[in-house]
Ligand binder design. Structure first.
Ligand code: G4P
Length: 539
């Protein structure tokens, strides 16, 4: 028994589970590829040029991603490096997919924020950063595209502090200036790493030479001005900069900052090694039974993502779980809290892009894809049958866009309903039914989700749909103080919106502005309005 517990401690300590967050185009995909390259998971990193023509980014799964050139769904990549087992959760960069991204961030222990050195902190980075900060996820910063002209490093530090409200601690410092950087100074080891010219367009790991700061060899290699500037910068950082404090990093108050270029492999390996050294191993989670530590002996996990038909070669549905505690074993029986029964996990899978492998065991921090016959929901808890509890509920986004959706061909209504139901379970859309009618109203947090809905109903369920956008901007769940149920007949002013029921049958009013909302509040005494279902927390 004790050897089992020893192994659990050992395997947990090895895990690093994180997401890379960035504004589109900052270089998240390129950096992911390079981390895989250094991890030996792919031998030739797809250069951006070849990716655009022949090859797709390693995390591109769905056809729509390829067509649109954006990452729609989150994917999971796993590889080993330096004694660590790394799980990278890819987050969709597009702003409309914040809900999916949010859920992914519920499953990580830290995040890497990629900034474009020339653009600094951009809009989408800000949003994603906020989510991480709220969850107190430690954030590491990689300032990318150092191979070309960018903002001055000191200015970037100020920008991070002023825009995001977090202090930064440069772990390394670029040597050179204005896109003519030759290497980085490692502040911990006090050495300078100079990179040889990249002759492979970033397809192979980059060679570098290491010099002690102050050594004659370094002075020989660097231009006098560059060398002096470096010494001045180091002095300034040491005197005026923040002290490095891992506790502050763990609380999300300080971000270790790295400079590099994902495309030319400049600083990538150093970043990976330092990141693995400093990033936290899997953390405990709150549950109805108190804090669950990863090294608690019994298995537990939660579902953070459900995805259908990811790969045309496997037309099925997967529920992604994040293991919180204990050892996961293939064919194990687990308690499914929402379903209220014990189930067997027969086909667990792990991923490297398009390749899937059946796995026999997994440990805290790992992500496993489970074959889902339609029983799982986002946020579900599964655990060893001897410990029945529930992890804290996922907060939900209030829907902001609404459309009536119907099958063009009424003969296909059955497939249509199946598709809508499955996409709802995946958490891609929220489903409502109009009171007194059979019609289906879909709510989302952004308009791109409607494009995905139409595309997926067509490609996966063979159903063409008619989509009619509705003029509403908010949904309000209706609850009377005295406990009686809201009905269309019993309320004043429902002609100012649309009375619908959510998929649990709870009454909801869709309205198009705050003014209408105010009128309804004033004219229906005792009515309480919630922007998400009353038993859920809003994001
Ligand atoms: P994303 O996933 O964050 O959206 O970004 P992605 O990696 O796809 O990179 C976006 C663009 O930035 C790509 O150019 C890529 O080549 C470029 N890029 C990534 N890392 C670096 C870097 O370190 N230095 C420089 N100079 N560029 C970098 P693109 O316009 O999409 O393609 P292409 O025309 O450059 O091939």
């Amino acid at each position: 028994m004790s050897t089992d517990i020893d192994q659990l401690h050992l395997e947990t300590a090895k895990r690093r589970t994180f997401a890379i967050i960035s504004h589109p185009d900052a270089g998240k995909t390129t950096l992911t590829e390079k981390l895989l390259l250094y991890g030996g998971a792919i031998h030739l990193a797809g250069s951006i040029k070849s990716r655009k023509t022949a090859r797709h980014a390693v995390s591109d799964w769905m056809e729509i991603e390829k067509q649109r050139g954006i990452s729609v769904t989150s994917s999971v990549l796993q590889f080993d490096y330096g004694g660590c087992r790394i799980n990278i959760l890819d987050t969709p960069g597009h702003q409309d997919f914040s809900e999916d991204t949010y859920r992914t961030l519920m499953a990580v222990d830290s995040a890497v924020m990629v900034l474009d050195a020339a653009k600094g902190v951009e809009a989408q980075t800000k949003k994603l950063f906020k989510v991480c900060k709220e969850r107190q996820v430690p954030i590491f910063t990689f300032v990318n595209k150092l191979d070309r002209y960018g903002k001055v490093p000191i200015d970037l530090m100020d920008e991070i502090e002023n825009v995001l409200g977090i202090r930064s601690y440069p772990m390394n410092w670029p040597v050179g200036s204005d896109g003519r950087y030759q290497g980085v100074y490692d502040r911990q080891k006090k050495v300078v790493e100079l990179f040889s010219a990249d002759t492979t367009h970033g397809q192979e790991a980059r060679l570098s030479d290491i010099y002690e700061l102050g050594s004659a060899e370094l002075k020989d290699r660097l231009d006098e001005v560059v060398y002096q500037n470096l010494l001045d910068d180091i002095e300034l950082l040491d005197a005026a900069g923040e002290d490095f404090d891992l506790e502050k990093v763990a609380r999300g108050e300080l971000t270790p900052m790295f400079f590099g270029s994902a495309m030319t492999n400049f600083g990538v390996q150093n970043f990976l090694e330092e990141y693995l050294r400093l990033a936290p191993a899997p953390a405990a989670r709150e549950s109805s039974a108190g804090k669950i530590e990863p090294t608690d002996g019994k298995f537990s996990a939660f579902v953070f993502k459900i995805q259908a038909n990811m790969n045309p070669a496997h037309r099925d549905r997967l529920a992604f779980i994040r293991i919180v505690s204990g050892k996961f074993e293939r064919n194990m029986a687990v308690w499914h809290e929402t379903g209220g029964k014990t189930i067997k996990l027969a086909q667990p899978q792990q991923f490297l892009a398009q390749d899937r492998q059946i796995i026999d065991e997994a440990w805290p921090g790992d992500i496993v894809g489970l074959f889902d016959p339609g029983i799982f929901r986002i946020g579900d808890t599964i655990s060893d049958p001897s410990i029945k509890f529930r992890f804290a509920d996922f907060p939900v986004f209030p829907p902001e866009k609404f459309a009536r959706v119907e099958a063009k061909d009424t003969m296909k209504r059955k497939q249509f309903l199946k598709g809508i139901e499955q996409l709802t379970q995946e958490g891609a859309i929220q489903l409502f039914k109009e009171a007194g009618y059979d019609s289906i109203i879909v709510g989302t947090v952004g308009t791109l989700q409607f494009d995905v809905l139409v595309y997926r109903l067509k490609s996966e369920y063979g159903v063409d749909v008619i989509l009619t956008m509705q003029p509403f901007e908010v949904a309000r769940w209706l609850v009377y103080e005295d406990g009686h149920t809201a009905t269309p007949e019993g309320m004043r002013g429902i002609d100012r919106g649309m009375f619908v029921y959510d998929r649990s049958g709870l009454p909801v009013l869709l309205v198009n502005n705050e003014w209408a909302l105010g009128w309804i509040r004033d004219n229906n005494p005792g009515l309480e309005l919630y922007s998400v279902p009353p038993d859920k927390k809003e994001i």
